[in-house]
Design a protein around this ligand. Sequence first.
Ligand code: GAR
Length: 221
Amino acid sequence: MEKKIPIGVLASGSGSNLQSIIDHIEQGRLDADIRVVISNNPDAYAITRAQKHGIPFVIVRHQEFPDREAFDRQMAEILISCGVELVVMAGFMRVLSPLFLKTFPQRVINIHPALLPSFPGLHGQRQAFEYGVKFSGCTVHFADDGVDSGPIIIQAVVPVLETDTEDTLAERILREEHRIYPQAIQFYAEGRIEIHNRQVRIRGLKESASQVLHNPPLEGF
Ligand code: GAR
């Protein structure tokens, strides 16, 4: 067993990505230890999930702080006091301030439900569906000062089918989110991630150049 990386999860909503991380840890497939879950939303189901698994959680209501820095400072203090090394944003619907990011340099990651840099911001799945792309997907990336703009660690490509609605597409994307997020954290836990400018390299990968996808499928071409 590798050393377990102490992580803190920030979540605002349902917390299905948090659940996937918990499940992979409990199955012994992810060398991480969730030290704390922080939510800005007292009604987030993510909190109930943490509770069910005996994971410490803290609610930090952003409305109770004079500005973003003060809110972020409070969260940073909690994460530091819990010994968190890697901050994992899992459906956390607040943009982190430069001050927070400086406290955890290259140690904050986020998941987004689109193939970045396309369709950043809110409702990535809807934006892709309405645009009419043939492939969408999801992205795990390091957080930086922009919105969904930091160096990319891993992506999953999901085809947009003619029978899809926004909801069926979102569902299939979410299923892939639940696979790539634990994988990204495991790469980090294994110390295999290197960042060169915007390029993230993972040491020891078995890559394949023949992984080309077409949608609609080619008919004899
Ligand atoms: C996920 O689809 C995640 O990618 C998205 O919010 C959802 C949270 O679901 N995040 C963003 O859109 C961030 N820009 P969850 O609470 O069930 O994990």
